[in-house]
Design a protein around this ligand. Structure first.
Ligand code: SF4
Length: 446
């Protein structure tokens, strides 16, 4: 424990979460949109689909997502119309019918939609896409506004995996973050999901929130286990009031220090490991035999804007406000402001606001960073270059991490140790060629 605290103090620093490389901070409004459109056209039809639903019934003070207070169901009706028009615009632009291997509904809160609106969303997906057998179809759900009718509607459109936002079950913490959600709501939500055949349930928790203590967090962890989730995501609260001014108000409640945050994470990690979960790395835990663990074993684990994904090698095609798409050589992001998104879509255009086309250097560094984040190992021979010459400086720094027990270096490569899984972002940062300009903009790595 003391050693771990020492290492956390040594390595904690602002750094990317590497849901993409380069990170979104390198996306530019000046990127050549025509080129981004051209690069969006696929070599193979297979794809993952992401749809962003940017509404919530109530805004949590810690939240870093692009969302807004949805006032009525009219705004959601209008938004679904825009999503459908965006997809029509893509079809007009020559996008073939894609074969979906994975679908994710995120936000915001997808269950801001009514049951009828969810059914409509399912029709829109089926109008523009084919769905592969065994497609993983997931939705982020907020237990506070879930109802049996909504769960039934999600099951009917094919949702087979749900991420439940639990965050913290202590009432004082919940009041501070403006998210009051009794454990009874969480239990009800998972019961409805299981009754409707949605058996793969993730529980999302956050450590480092105001007023969290060891004791309150112990109870949150045991409440999370009571839900019997297949996976757990234990995210560190990212305090970035310069990006999200609403977070400023949390400072007066008392945000845990880095040391206290580290203790909360260690407590969570130990609790889940003792309960039989495997630490995937960074912030994810899964039961043995889970698809995430299998995906790591067979080399198909991937990292994208939704976190870890089991479908490496296919494009991420994202629609809706602010959504980010990924191809082998580019990223593109839709407009973040509803008015601009709407104007662009209704004018028959593709609503791309910014993006980046990767050069050879980016593609190489992305491959190395994703191998660290997903496979926990790097084999120099895989990249077709003289790796030790190209990354000599990074490998020198890696020696220090070896002394701290974070990596094992062998002839021809290195692997991340179980201890090193806590410091994946720090290890990946050694191979990041673009860190300098944005270094202090990111949340802390541990
Ligand atoms: S945490 Fe979820 S429910 Fe809360 S504001 Fe953010 S997206 Fe909405």
């Amino acid at each position: 424990m003391e050693n771990l605290k020492r290492l956390i103090a040594k390595y904690t620093a602002p750094g990317p979460r590497y849901t993409s490389y380069p990170t979104a901070l390198d996306f530019s409004k000046d990127a050549d949109k025509k080129n981004l459109e051209r690069l969006a056209m696929p070599a193979i039809p297979d794809a993952s689909l992401y749809i962003h639903i940017p509404f919530c019934s109530n805004l949590c003070r810690f939240c870093g997502c692009t969302t807004s207070l949805g006032r009525d169901s009219k705004s959601a009706d209008e938004y679904l119309g825009l999503v459908e028009t965006e997809l029509s615009n893509w079809r007009e632009a020559g996008m073939p019918k894609r074969l979906l291997r994975q679908i994710h509904l995120g936000g915001g809160s997808p269950n801001f939609l009514s049951a009828d609106q969810t059914a409509r969303l399912g029709e829109i997906v089926r109008k523009f896409f084919d769905i592969a057998d065994g497609c993983e179809f997931s939705a982020e759900l907020d237990p506070r506004t879930l109802t049996p009718e909504k769960v039934e509607a999600f099951a009917k459109i094919g949702v087979n995996r749900a991420s439940i936002g639990v965050q913290d079950t202590d009432e004082k913490v919940q009041k501070a973050i403006n998210r009051v959600q009794p454990q009874s709501r969480n239990l009800e939500a998972v019961e409805w999901l299981r009754e409707n055949g949605i058996l793969s349930i993730n529980a999302d928790l956050i450590y480092g929130l105001p007023l969290q203590t060891r004791e309150t967090f112990k109870k949150t962890l045991s409440d999370a286990l009571e839900l019997k989730p297949a996976r757990v995501a234990l995210f560190g609260y990212a305090h970035v009031p310069w990006v999200k001014p609403a977070q400023k108000s949390l400072e007066k409640c008392g945000i845990p220090t880095s040391d206290e945050k580290a203790e909360l994470f260690i407590l969570g990690k130990r609790t889940f490991e003792e309960a039989g979960y495997e630490f995937i790395g960074l912030d994810h835990f899964a039961k043995p035999g889970d698809e995430l663990i299998k995906a790591r074993e067979n080399g198909t684990l991937h990292r994208n804007f939704q976190g870890y994904s089991t479908r490496a090698g296919v494009d991420l095609f994202a629609v809706g406000l602010t959504s980010i798409s990924e191809t082998k050589t580019s990223y593109r992001q839709n407009f973040k402001l509803m008015e601009e998104y709407k104007k662009s879509v209704e004018a028959g255009r593709l609503p791309i606001e910014r993006g980046i086309v990767l050069d050879g250097e980016d593609i190489l560094r992305r491959a190395v960073i994703m191998d660290i984040m997903c496979m926990l190992r790097v084999d120099y021979a895989n990249y077709g270059i003289d790796f030790e010459k190209k990354f000599g400086g990074a490998l020198e720094k890696l020696e220090g991490m070896k002394s701290d027990g974070l990596v094992e270096i062998r002839a021809g490569g290195f692997s991340v140790t179980p201890l090193g899984r806590l410091f994946l972002r720090n290890i990946a940062m050694l191979f990041d060629g673009r860190l300098g300009a944005h270094k202090n903009t990111f949340s802390k790595t541990v």
